[in-house]
Design a protein around this ligand. Structure first.
Ligand SMILES: Nc1ncnc2c1ncn2[C@@H]1O[C@H](COP(=O)(O)OP(=O)(O)OP(=O)(O)O)[C@@H](O)[C@H]1O
Length: 284
């Protein structure tokens, strides 16, 4: 499904959570939605899921507004950090409710994952540990097979082994059937290899949207004196640059070898570093 965001703004009283952002997600891919605390990620995902409305601008999914739109709602599954399910429901009833709601629901996968994560079908949500409740969210997200599946920090309390299992199954399922997966996380190093495209939000603005492959292989950080770096980047596309005490570091698109032969210090740019860099620098 195609997602188009046009001049989307969301204001909460005096706080601008989203500031006139525009972009499109036009292919089923695994998107990493990254940014610092309070950047506006959850606000965006809530608007996309039709749970809240923007203050101005628009978001459309296959040209339809998601707010209060049954056809679109059954195509989107948003799994949040917590409180996804009513506390008094049993695990098996949570799964039954979602299986009715999502047309592509995969019962066999849900059953397999319930066993994998050792959840007791008769346990009530309120008796689950934080990690088990997160596992239930992950099961619903994966088994929904919703064409747009959104995970907003879905794994509070889940240990490293359980998270690894989640990433493996996510990839397996994705390879079987591509869908749009939007993944918001602060554990960037851990998941960045899953991403096919990365979006970085800072203070409600989109500061980067780029294919992960390009970020991994076609960008580098170059540092040296201000003059050296300015000379090197003058005919290059740059992601950002910053200057400290006569030295400069710039993140650029281009070949590492060329920068090395110009006598500069050259390093790759892990996505986590890039996020920190861009959000410290506000995309300068
Ligand atoms: N219901 C609300 N009422 C008032 N302000 C809000 C509300 N929801 C979010 N905000 C504010 O909007 C801004 C963006 O919040 P949002 O939750 O979208 O950020 P985020 O990127 O998801 O952050 P985090 O990574 O910490 O979850 C923050 O300043 C937040 O305090």
């Amino acid at each position: 499904m195609r997602i188009d965001v046009k001049n989307l703004t969301k204001r909460y009283k005096d706080k601008l959570a989203l500031d006139n952002i525009s972009f499109s997600l036009d292919e089923p891919k695994i998107y990493g939605l990254l940014g610092r605390n309070g950047a506006g990620k959850t606000t965006f995902m809530e608007i996309l899921s039709g749970h809240i409305i923007g203050s101005s601008g628009e978001i459309t999914i296959d040209d339809e507004n998601p707010f209060d739109n049954g056809r679109i709602t059954e195509s989107i599954c948003l799994i949040k950090e917590g409180n996804n399910f009513k506390k008094d429901l049993k695990v098996k009833n949570v799964l039954r409710i979602y299986s009715i709601f999502y047309p592509n629901w995969d019962n066999a996968l849900a059953d397999e994952l319930v066993k994998e994560y050792n959840l007791s079908p008769n346990a009530k949500v309120k008796t689950l540990s934080k990690g088990m409740e997160s596992a239930l969210g992950i099961i619903v997200g994966l088994a929904s097979k919703a064409p747009i599946t959104i995970f907003d920090e879905p794994y509070i309390g889940l240990d490293a082994a359980a998270r690894k299992k989640f990433y493996e199954i996510l990839l397996e399922e994705y390879e079987l059937e591509k869908r749009t997966i939007i993944f918001s996380t602060h554990l960037i190093d851990e998941v960045s290899l899953l991403f096919e495209e990365v979006l970085i939000i800072q203070d409600g603005k989109l500061v980067l949207k780029e294919e992960a492959e390009v970020l991994r292989n076609k960008t580098c950080s170059v540092s040296g004196t201000v003059q050296e770096v300015e000379d090197f980047i003058k005919d290059k596309d740059i992601i950002g640059k910053k200057q400290l005490a006569g030295m400069m570091t710039a993140y650029v698109y281009g070949d590492m070898e060329q920068a090395k032969s110009a006598g500069l210090n050259v390093e790759g740019v892990p996505i986590q570093e890039l996020m920190i860099y861009l959000t410290e620098n506000k995309g300068a």
